[in-house]
Design a binder for this molecule. Structure first.
Ligand code: NDP
Length: 444
């Protein structure tokens, strides 16, 4: 049996109730087969894959808090410190009822390679809780965050483990957690990223994922003989990633003609009006029907449908599994040149394979949406220096990082005879650096 298959069997046997973790390990290790097979003897002797698939440590703890009725509630908190071979553990805190250890481990494992790809010195970790901030009062959210941090603060620090936001953990939650960390530990340090600008946050963090997506897409297009100017772009979603992806695509001279939310989508042949979109989504927090009502050129449709519009570039920026095999077929039939994932796992495996088989340039989320975590690492640098960089400085560093990510994955794919397979390239490039660092640091 091959080394990869042996380790896959072992991971499933050792972690029986964690299907998401199995899936993530399977996907990553399968795409790494060419590298692992080329170094099988060495990696096996080093037990490299066993070491990479076993977290350095994982914490699971009780989070008691009192709700507005005076009732004590109990949630479960998690932090998985997966691998710190190339830098302090880094990864978000997810607050969602679906959170369990298997999900946190799946996200933490993926984070190792995503962080490595950025070229910045950050390891992989993830955490969270099954607490649901939706429908809770500010006081309840504060009570939860303080209790959560009372335990978590024992394990994190600016040089050891630096959590960030994720689903359910936005600026409000980060603020409460940062305050509690400071209160208990008595130190003012960059222990969390995604902080407010008045207490150590970074300019351009809000724009980073959407802008980064476009910087990488532009480079991928350029290296394949295309330019962004005058291209028709379909974007899904209308949240943080989608809004700033739309803005940057337009600054590059492309025309974005769609956006969507969980109830419907808009086709605007004149090009999306970003100022109006921001007003509707960021200020009024309203539905896209309001965008369509205020914009005569826009047509509103209920349900899904963004990928049926003819476009040169498709950027899924909403949620997981939103670009399905039939959508991929429609995109190919309409002559789409490139798909780049702004969201995490928006394209199903089947759809990804179909796009790649039909020569559509495909940039996986691990690389294409890494601008967010990269800018979090830039926030860490600013906190360590006790300086704040200008918007332009952060933005220009972000651009360099995204261009480098593309070249790293392009080179890695070429080295293993998989030219143009950016999915394999991303996993290989992320893995190589971590593997080298793990081996160099000895058996620890
Ligand atoms: P937001 O919550 O700001 O926006 C999500 C958008 O997607 C909303 O417009 C939402 O609509 C829409 N949406 C949600 N579910 C569906 C659905 N089933 N069908 C159609 N639209 C849907 O999230 P972000 O923009 O921050 O994140 C989007 C994706 O990008 C996620 O996968 C996230 O993990 C990923 N990501 C985000 C990063 C960041 O820095 N923000 C970094 C890296 C990845 P509605 O308003 O109706 O809910």
């Amino acid at each position: 049996m091959s080394y990869v298959d042996e380790v896959l069997e072992r991971v499933i046997a050792k972690n029986p109730a964690e299907p998401e973790f199995h899936q993530a390990v399977k996907e990553v290790l399968n795409s790494l087969r060419p590298v692992i097979e080329a170094n099988e003897e060495k990696y096996r002797k080093e037990a490299l894959l066993e070491r990479l698939t076993e977290p350095d440590r994982q914490f699971k703890f009780r989070v008691p808090w009192v709700d507005d009725q005076g009732q004590v509630q109990v949630n479960t908190g998690y932090r998985v410190q997966f691998n710190n071979a190339i830098g302090p553990y880094k990864g978000g805190l997810r607050l969602h009822p679906s959170v369990n250890l298997g999900i946190i481990k799946f996200l933490g494992f993926e984070q190792i390679f995503k962080n490595s790809l950025t070229g910045l010195p950050i390891g992989g970790g993830k955490g969270g809780s099954d607490f649901d901030p939706k429908g809770k009062s500010d006081r309840e959210v504060m009570a939860f965050c303080q209790s959560f941090m009372t335990e978590l603060c024992k394990y994190i620090g600016a040089d050891t483990d630096v959590p960030a936001g994720d689903i359910g953990t936005g600026a409000r939650e980060i603020g409460y957690m940062f305050g509690q960390y400071k209160k208990i530990r008595g130190v003012y340090e960059g222990v969390l990223t995604g902080k407010g600008l008045s207490y150590g946050g970074s300019l351009a963090r809000t724009e980073a994922t959407g802008y980064g997506l476009l910087y990488l897409t532009e480079e991928m297009m350029k290296c394949n003989g295309h330019e962004m100017k005058d291209k028709i772009v379909c974007i899904s979603g209308s949240g943080n990633v989608a809004i700033y992806a739309t803005q940057k695509a337009q600054q590059m001279g492309a025309k974005v003609v769609t956006v969507s939310d969980s109830t419907g989508w808009v086709y605007d042949p004149e090009g999306i009006d970003v100022a109006l979109l921001k007003e509707v989504k960021e200020v009024k927090r309203a539905r896209l029907t309001e965008y369509a009502a205020a914009r005569p050129s826009a047509q509103y449709h209920e349900g899904r449908g963004v990928w049926s519009v003819k476009c040169d570039i498709a950027l899924p920026c909403a949620t997981q599994n939103e670009l399905l095999i039939d959508d991929a077929k429609e995109l190919v039939a309409n002559g789409c040149i490139a798909v780049a994932e702004g969201a995490n796992m928006p394209t199903t495996l089947e759809a990804t394979e179909y796009l790649q088989q039909n020569k559509v340039l495909f940039a996986p989320g691990k690389a294409a949406n890494a601008g967010g975590v990269a800018t979090s690492a830039l926030e860490m640098s600013q906190n360590s220096e006790r300086l704040s960089w200008s918007f332009e400085e952060v933005d220009s560093k972000l651009k360099n990082i995204m261009v480098n990510i593309f070249h790293n994955l392009d080179d890695a794919a070429k080295r293993y005879g998989k030219e143009g397979d950016y999915v394999a390239g991303a996993n290989i490039a992320g893995f190589e650096k971590v593997a080298e660092a793990v081996i160099a640091q000895g058996v620890i």
